[in-house]
Design a binder for this molecule. Sequence first.
Ligand code: NAD
Length: 355
Amino acid sequence: MVKNIAVIRGDGIGPEIVEQALNVLNKVAELYGHTFQYTDVDMGGCAIDKYGDPLPEAELQKCVNSDSVLLGAVGGEKWNDVPGHMRPEKGLLRLRAGMGVYSNNRPAKIWKQLSDATPLKKSIVDQGNDIIIVRELIGGIYFGEHKTEGDIAIDVLKYSESEIERIGRIGFETARKRNKKLCSVEKSNVLDSSRLWKKVMHHLAEEYPDVELSDMLVDNCAMQIVKNPAQFDVVVTENMFGDILSDEASMITGSIGMIPSSSLGSTTCGLYEPIHGSAPDIAGKDVANPIGTILSAAMMLRFSFDMSKEADAIENAVSAYLDADYRTADIMSEGKRLVGCRKCGELIISNLRKE
Ligand code: NAD
């Protein structure tokens, strides 16, 4: 199969981690007889330096016209003082909106090999933890009007029924394929948008009688994720709550560097990226963990290219790498073998087998 992949290396550790994911994809192509063609796309700080724009329209079009997009991360201190509409992260928001990817899917699962890397007590970890956070991605406060008038700053949080319904369906469908438990997270004791969210979710629940729907306030959810993560199967929530909760959930897995994500809309052209940022503190040092990006590439194969065997092969190779006790610095613990970003990629590739 021939697939065209738009590749955004971005800033900070972006280029290092993406390089490893591409090496893995190339090995998969060799093993399974596929051709992956890559188109480089400039986005983020590097695009501001080159074009004075975090995502020029021509770069966005390369993504829209691809079969899917693999992204490292964008941003960094160098661009902190540029005006808001020009910030690297604006490129990311424009990319998500331009691709129409309204549903972000972030799995937070404890790898059994990393049970000693999580900050949670063993008794909590042993109960098991395998959560998927389905986050609305192109609405809510990040996409509302932002303005500052004198000493007052305003950010508008707005959701329509149809925006809630389409992400709600993804939540129910995802739960239906798993343990059939969906927790809808909002702040309906305070926000109108959350009261609408809750109403739409309960309306949808009538179409999914096999899925058990529960409601939880976002502040309680933040607490429950560390107190009793095993209670969750699928969590569905709006953009900002999902952003925060998925970072929190990532930590119970050991490191933010381990978590992939997929973002999809109404076509199979998806956006695949690790959930972390550009980690400027470790950029260029060959210490970043590339697994979140490598697993994002696996999600691309599974969800956009219908290549589940190939995706399984990547996930099994990551598991075999962890079984052999190799660790990057972020998940290092006593008695394990410390490796850098490049070596981690090479070792995962050496474990890749045709399933
Ligand atoms: P961050 O996720 O970049 O880093 C948080 C911490 O996690 C840092 O200590 C970092 O070293 C560590 N970390 C992150 N990824 C890692 C990896 N793969 N391996 C090992 N350690 C890793 O968050 P931040 O420091 O708040 O943000 C840095 C920059 O990234 C900012 O400019 C921010 O706006 C941007 N950002 C971009 C994205 C994106 O591109 N999707 C997402 C979040 C933040």
